[in-house]
Design a protein around this ligand. Structure first.
Ligand code: ADP
Ligand code: MG
Length: 394
């Protein structure tokens, strides 16, 4: 189905579906997706990231059952799955319900007795394009299951357990950024997150500038394996460097000068992977300083350098992402453009002056289609607040 876009329509569609499927009235929770402004592949290196939660959400309707089953219906996929809470199969099934099973299992591992429940989900976040539909699914489900079980947990605990669900159960070695942004998002703000201390600072969006995300509509099949390989290459870099520089625990601790001084002992490929992470951390810090000073040219320079580093040193871009960035930079009113998310397809993030958005959207869509024969999708997004229970009055 095509999801309706405004909140009352979504709540009404979801409640009606829920009533029809499960014959009772649900409570409804929602959790946002996120876009990362800068700081790519730094989270699992204990570094800095700058995501904003976005006004695209996964909505979860829930009501308790008096048995031990979780019945979960995905409106987006028009599919239902059932899990027995007394015996969650410890192996993932390579199925979307793994995200739900993972969250339930991690709640149980925290000693939380969750009740059986009927659940229905509906998401307006395009799936698998780097806007974090997976974290939004996890966080909305965790919020819903906690509420029907009459339990509560702090937001940081929720973010961490959802990350563990994805890493330990689903099997994707993701960092904490996505779940953190989905929990701690703040309307009109980006979040600078220190992935080591998990301390965060809010930065207001620059006035008159919008976040515009361009979806290349391509997903290159090798993304999962390559992601894990990049992590392994970063770990290899740390292993070599910490044997020479004992104060180092992660690439976060390495300065560019230290890295360059060890160039002779670090294999060329690993050196380039490390150089991306080290310079990207510096760019995040330069970027937030520029945000504070409303220094738009520096924001643009940081984004351009980030894209080039991801393309040349980390090698996670692809021709479609490079083209989308190039087309954006040719438009009027563009502050900056870069790929966002893990790479190998997915989306670019563009900071665009609000009054240039219609021209930007038209020009980029037309030129991208002309060159690739692919119709891109373009989303104009607002920085949104994190997961909440929604009532009909809100
Ligand atoms: P991203 O998080 O960037 O969207 P992922 O590959 O991490 O991409 O997560 C996408 C996966 O999450 C989907 O393939 C599906 O398994 C699951 N998912 C997300 N939203 C839904 C939904 N509304 N219904 C069912 N599964 C979903
Ligand atoms: Mg994801």
């Amino acid at each position: 189905m095509t999801a309706p876009l405004n909140a009352p329509d979504i709540m009404s569609a979801l409640s009606q579906r829920f009533l029809h499927k499960f014959s009772h009235t649900p409570r409804i929770f929602r959790a946002p997706g996120r876009v990362n402004l800068i700081g790519e592949h730094t989270d699992y290196n204990d570094g800095f990231v700058l995501p904003a939660a976005i006004d695209l959400y996964t909505w979860a309707a829930v009501a308790p059952r008096d048995d031990h089953n979780l019945n979960i219906f995905s409106e987006n996929l028009d599919q239902q799955a059932q899990l027995d809470l007394r015996a969650i199969d410890l192996r993932p099934k390579n199925h979307w319900s793994d995200y739900v099973a993972g969250v339930a299992l991690m709640l149980q591992r925290l000693g939380i007795a969750i009740t059986g429940a009927d659940l229905a989900i509906l998401s307006t976040i395009p799936s698998g394009v780097g806007l974090s539909s997976s974290a939004a699914l996890e966080v909305s489900i965790a919020s819903a299951l906690l509420a029907v079980s009459n339990r509560s947990l702090g937001l940081l605990e929720i973010a961490k357990l959802c990350q563990r669900a994805e890493v330990e159960f689903v099997g994707a070695r993701v960092g904490i950024m996505d779940q953190f942004a989905s929990c701690f998002g703040s309307a009109g703000h980006a979040l600078l997150l220190d992935c080591r201390s998990l301390a965060h600072t809010l930065f207001p969006s620059p006035p008159g500038i919008a976040m515009v995300v361009c979806n290349t509509m391509v997903k290159h099949g090798h993304s999962g394996g390559e992601y894990n390989q990049r992590r392994a290459q970063c770990e290899q870099g740390v292993q070599i460097l910490e044997s020479l520089l004992p104060e180092i625990n992660a690439l976060r601790d390495v300065s560019l000068a230290q890295l360059v001084s060890q160039r002779a002992v670090v294999p060329e490929l690993v050196f380039r992977r490390c150089r991306h992470v080290v310079t990207e951390n510096q760019r995040v810090l330069r970027f937030v300083k520029a945000l504070d000073q409303n220094n738009l040219p520096t924001l643009g320079t940081c984004m351009a350098e980030s894209h080039l580093s991801l393309k040349n040193d980390f090698e996670v871009s692809c021709p479609e992402l490079d083209l989308m960035v190039q087309l954006a930079t040719e438009c009027e009113g563009v502050v900056g453009a870069r790929m966002t998310g893990g790479g190998f397809g997915g989306c670019t993030i563009n900071l665009v002056e609000s009054n240039s958005i219609p021209a930007f959207t038209n020009r980029v869509s037309k030129n991208y289609k002309q060159i690739t024969q692919i119709d891109p999708e373009i989303y104009v997004l607002q920085a949104a607040s994190g997961a909440v229970e929604v009532s009909w009055n809100s």
